[in-house]
Design a protein around this ligand. Structure first.
Ligand SMILES: Cc1cc2nc3c(=O)[nH]c(=O)nc-3n(C[C@H](O)[C@H](O)[C@H](O)COP(=O)(O)O)c2cc1C
Length: 478
């Protein structure tokens, strides 16, 4: 399928700032990077709850309300402000009002807010310059993908970057949205043997955007292997304009090692040569690619270009700069620990409810501390990482391995799948300074992720900027 509107023809960036959820690569970071002519990428993960939490924190600087004033549907935008904005922020101990937990049948409010959230983030990242801006989403978060993507397109996002799953359906979705049409993705249903497809559909017309054509962004899937890249290039539902090749050293989620998984003495999965993409094969595909994972240095940029890559994607180094969305105290703690050689990153095979390995920064006051993890009362009140399952009578429901164990078991879940699972939804909101205070008074704790290369922060003063990172990396072009 071809889009009505051609992809934008901006030159390819040498540096892509990695999409980092929740809110770590927010609009401020993406705007800083894009305004320097590299590709800044917002994270559209959790964007609906992020929107309403920012409003409830008093919307410092008025940015969210400024973006909402530009939203094409003013009735809905003003309703969101009326429902969530608190001029003086929350009172001490006050919980955030949540986005209603979406279900397969009932997700209207959550989806409206996701469209708005995607729009706000991209709109803000695009202010003050005319360069391209990207958006990142996790493929596995299927319940939220379509409206968040639509919101990003509505604000004119130039590039969409998605991994953590196989984003085979997404190019066709982008084509359809660009043409003003409804788009669907097929829900992945755990252990389903019926083969009956369940579709999630977002129709712009049902959300007040009928008949509107939009620019079709470039699409770069994140892959770990050349095999997957080649399959996607041939079999995706629409065009792909490039690839991000992510090595297992990258921050965030990692693909599991290929074949039978073995673990080191501390329980981390062991990766080998087989887990690295063959760049010879990548070159044969004929599309541009960027190397991610431990590529945050001028030497790595130079090496990437020499190997035929278009450039690099860098996460960790941007995650600790001044414009990142990490809570400032957490950011400083990590930098100080790096400087005194007390920082560790652990590739946790269990922490993420997705079942993908997740890199965790070991910090005492976060859920990486086993004792604090055990003390946390389990609750699933955000629900992004819920998986679909089909029960004995054929009904499809949603469950999360990090939700209360009894609830998970009552949904045909297995006890062993709950072990060590952490509520990333709440923890990542806390990382960005938006920790929920639960009804019991319990305040959600953070859990930080970073790439193996986080130890390189020793060389960076607290408060360094995105511009410092870009200038440093561009040294590799000299
Ligand atoms: C704090 C943090 C959060 C991340 N979150 C995401 C995410 O939400 N989606 C995604 O595709 N990648 C995510 N990543 C991966 C980055 O986009 C990027 O590919 C990776 O960080 C590159 O490797 P590096 O960390 O060694 O620079 C995250 C990385 C970090 C450090």
């Amino acid at each position: 399928m071809t889009a009505l509107t051609d992809p934008p023809h901006a030159p390819l960036p040498r540096i892509i700032q990695g999409g980092m959820g929740v809110a770590i690569s927010g609009w401020e970071l993406a705007r800083a990077v894009s305004s320097m002519g590299e590709l800044g990428v917002i994270s559209a993960t959790g964007i609906d709850n992020l929107l309403v939490r920012r409003l409830q924190d008093g919307d410092p600087g008025g940015h969210v309300r400024q973006a909402l004033a530009a939203y094409p549907d003013q009735d809905r935008a003003q309703k969101a402000v009326a429902d969530y904005y608190l001029e003086s922020g929350r009172e001490s101990g006050q919980s955030y009002k949540r986005v209603p937990l979406p279900s397969l049948r009932n997700h209207r409010v959550a989806w409206e807010l996701a469209v708005m959230g995607g729009f706000v983030e991209v709109w803000l990242a695009k202010q003050g310059h005319a360069n391209p801006v990207g958006a990142n989403l996790l493929t596995k978060l299927q319940m939220h993908t379509l409206p968040a993507l639509y919101g990003c397109l509505l604000a004119g996002v130039d590039t969409v970057i998605m991994g953590a799953g196989i984003p085979r359906d997404i190019p066709g979705v982008l084509d359809a949205f660009a043409q003003g049409k409804a788009a669907s993705i097929r829900l992945d249903i755990k252990g389903d043997s019926t083969g009956e497809p369940v579709l999630l559909t977002f129709d712009p017309a049902e959300y007040g955007f009928g008949g509107r054509t939009l620019t079709r962004p470039r699409f770069y899937p994140i892959v770990t292997s050349h095999v997957l890249a080649s399959v996607l290039a041939k079999k995706a539902t629409g065009s792909i304009e490039g690839f991000i090749i992510e090595a297992p050293t990258a921050g965030g989620h990692n693909a599991p090692p290929r074949g039978t998984v073995t673990y080191d003495e501390t329980g981390q999965p062991i990766y080998g040569e087989r887990d690295l993409a063959d760049l010879n094969e990548m070159r044969k595909i004929g599309l541009p690619f960027w190397l991610a994972g431990g590529s945050g240095s001028p030497e790595a940029l130079r090496a990437a270009l020499e190997q035929g890559a278009a450039g690099i994607q860098v996460g960790t180094l941007f995650a600790y700069c001044r414009e990142s969305g990490f809570d400032a105290d957490l950011r400083t703690q990590v930098q100080e620990r790096a400087q005194s050689q007390r920082l560790q990153v652990y590739t946790d095979p269990l922490a993420s409810p997705t079942g993908f390995p997740f890199k965790v920064v070991t910090l005492p006051d976060t859920l990486s501390n086993e004792e604090l993890y055990r003390e946390r009362p389990r609750i699933c009140d955000i629900g992004y990482l819920r998986e679909a399952y089909r029960d004995e009578v054929g009904k499809v429901g949603l469950r999360c391995p990090a939700e209360p164990v009894d609830a998970f078991l009552s949904k045909d879940g297995k006890l062993e799948d709950t072990v060590g699972r952490k509520c990333l939804c709440n923890a990542l909101m806390a990382d960005a300074g938006h920790a929920q205070i639960q009804k019991s008074g319990y305040e959600e704790l953070p859990l930080l992720t970073s790439g193996d290369g986080v130890s390189a922060l020793t060389d960076w003063p607290v408060g360094y900027t995105a511009a410092d990172v870009v200038a440093y990396l561009r040294g590799g072009l000299a």
